[in-house]
Write a new protein. Sequence first.
Lengths: 109, 141
Amino acid sequence: MSYEVRLEKGYAVVALTGDVDLYKSPDARAVILKCLGDGQHTLVDLSAVNYIDSSGVASLVEGLQMAKDKSLQFGLVGVSKTALNVLKLARLDKVFVIHDSLDAAPAAS
Amino acid sequence: MPGMTEELLGYRFTAEPAELKSMRDRLDRVLELQEITPEVRADWVLAVNEACMNIMQHGYRQQTGDILLRVLRDGNRFNFELEDQAPAVVPEQIQSRALDEIRPGGLGIHFMRTIMDEVTFMPDASGNGNRLLMQVELQES
């Protein structure tokens, strides 16, 4: 897994690529929590994620909780079919704010 | 053919997170050769991956060790067996958490039990080592 962070529409957009598994999810968790810790509204782009396991999902949940604690906006964009299936299994697909794409996401307010 | 068990895979690997991707790729290829659809393969691979994660995180913890994955097919029934030499687990203590509680962690067992028809933990009576058997019936499409 690799990641890129860019600023768009008032968000830090964390784009993850590859497999977000037990080996790599600590990197995803660290970058997501860093963005939120810096006070940035954050979107996680999952469009290039081939695989995500429960540890990757846990990283997203931690982001969601931190965002709530800090009154920041947090969401997912471009959730791949694979990732959506795992979120559904965890019954979290309705818990996260999910945008089809970055274009579809409203600007952070 | 029902009644004839065929061993599709025997794969021993080091119980380290860095080894998971290789295990997943190998398992996926084996299942692809059995003409299992990508959607079903993704679920089954996820369940096996979660089981391996549990062995690493809650079995071996900081210790090193191996995991042996075996995949067997009997007709439409697939068996995924995992063996380790970690301290024996107490099956009654292995439970998934309530899903209405939104918090990180504790999802692995839920994934395994949701995807598979049967999940059976069999700790070795000696106190060392475990065998985990996950069974699932391939649904005719």
